[in-house]
Design a protein around this ligand. Sequence first.
Ligand code: DC
Length: 226
Amino acid sequence: MADPAAVPVLTIDGPSGSGKGTISRLVAERLGWRLLDSGALYRAVGYAAGEEGIDLSDAEAVTRCARTVKIRFQPSADGGETRVLVNGHDATDELRTETAGAAASAIAVIPSVREALVDLQHAFRKAPGLVADGRDMGTVIFPDAAHKFFLTASAAERAKRRYKQLKDKGLSVTLATLQREIEARDERDASRPVAPLKPAEGAVVIDTTGMPIDEVVAKVFAVVRP
Ligand code: DC
């Protein structure tokens, strides 16, 4: 079997609403590489734990859940959004909500939960290459990645983007509440002792405030020669 360490990895980390999800997908498509949406794994664990009635502060029970949950990414038949199956149930819509994001951020502070997801994330590293999207892709999971990026944007802009995304999906939210929630989540993700949200050493930092998507993609490809 080919050595996974020989497979190139490009990491894109950053806070929610920084544009990393969209940019990672576009970059992966253009390179013809696989995509790892690591946030979806944390969301899936938070969701599965909630479904089982587990208290999200019960580290032992949530870790057990992280070790046993079955998460499957299924490309949609019509070329649309990839579906996420959690223990066989299509939870794509539930995983997108702010409640799922907050639950993910809460369980992501538990070191044994992070540990339980390491092998699963490494398994995405397959030829011809991997684009990995998350908070600790360049710092912890793929420290040997050839290219590392860190996307940021002002909290106000990130809240506006999330507001538009959620509205487009028919979810009811207010901008002010969203901005408060985003700031609280960033604070928790950045201040946790294990794998905090921060740029990896040598990462190219791109502030995407006011920047159209194609310009961000162009900045990535100015560094990465396909
Ligand atoms: O990228 P996202 O919004 O789907 O991530 C949801 C939460 O999951 C985020 O607030 C923190 C956690 N997370 C993490 O701790 N490490 C990752 N690599 C990805 C997400």
